[in-house]
Design a protein around this ligand. Sequence first.
Ligand code: ADP
Ligand code: MG
Length: 227
Amino acid sequence: MSLRLTGITLTYPDGDTRLTALDRVSLDVPRGNLTAVVGPSGSGKSSLLAVAATLITADAGTVTIDGTSTTGMSRGELTAVRRRSIGIVFQQPNLLPSLTAAEQLQVMARIDGCKPRSVRSRALELLDAVGLADRAGHRPHQLSGGQRQRVNIARALMNDPTVLLVDEPTGALDHERGAAVIDLITRLTRLRATATVLVTHDRTHLTAADRIVEVHDGRLRPSAAPR
Ligand code: ADP
Ligand code: MG
C-alpha cells in the first residue's frame, strides 16, 4: 500500500474538553487507485487529509507512506517524506501572483542537484499533461479559475509523488469545469500511478472513482459503489 491509515484518532481542543474529529479511521490506498471521500461539512474530511499529509499528527494510529511508518519521525523527517512522496492540492490554488504558470511549478522543485533546465522541462511536461502547454508563460490573472486549479494540480505532481491528496478541488468552479478537474485527477491517478484521495462534497463527479467512502462525525464507512 502506498498510503495506509490505521486506527487514526484525532482530537482538537474544544473549551474544557476535546472534540473528536477522527475516530479510529483506517484506510488503505494502493498506487493507481482513486478513493473519494464524501461527507457533510465538519465531518472530518479535511482533518483526514491533513493527517494523511503528515501536516497534523494524530492522537493515536499510524500513517504509513510507501511502506514506511511515519510514527515517531522528527519534523525534518516528515518534511522530507512530504517532499519525496506526497502531493497536496487544496481548494484554493494559492498561486503566486507574480509568477508564470511554469514558474509556479519550478519553485516547487527540490530535487537535489537538479539542473534548472531539467526542472524547467519537467514543469513544461506537467503543464502539457494538464492541458496547459500553451499557458506556460501566463500569470494567474491571465488564467481562468479552472486553469488555475490545473496549475495547482500540476504543481502538486512536480516531485513525482506516490500519494496525491486533493481537498475539494471543485469548490470554486462551476459544474462543467468541476467535472473536467475531477476527470483530470482521475487520468493523472492512472497515468502516474498515484495513490489518490479526493475529498469532495459533489457526488455527481465520482463515476470514475475506484471507491467512495463516507465520513460522518469522524467515522468512516463504505458508501454505495460508484458505478
Ligand atoms: P470537513 O473538512 O469535513 O468540513 P474538518 O476536518 O475541517 O471537516 O473539521 C472536522 C471537525 O473538527 C469540525 O467540527 C471542525 O470544526 C473541527 N476542527 C477542524 N479544524 C480544527 C482546529 N484547527 N481546531 C479546532 N477544531 C477544528
Ligand atoms: Mg474541509
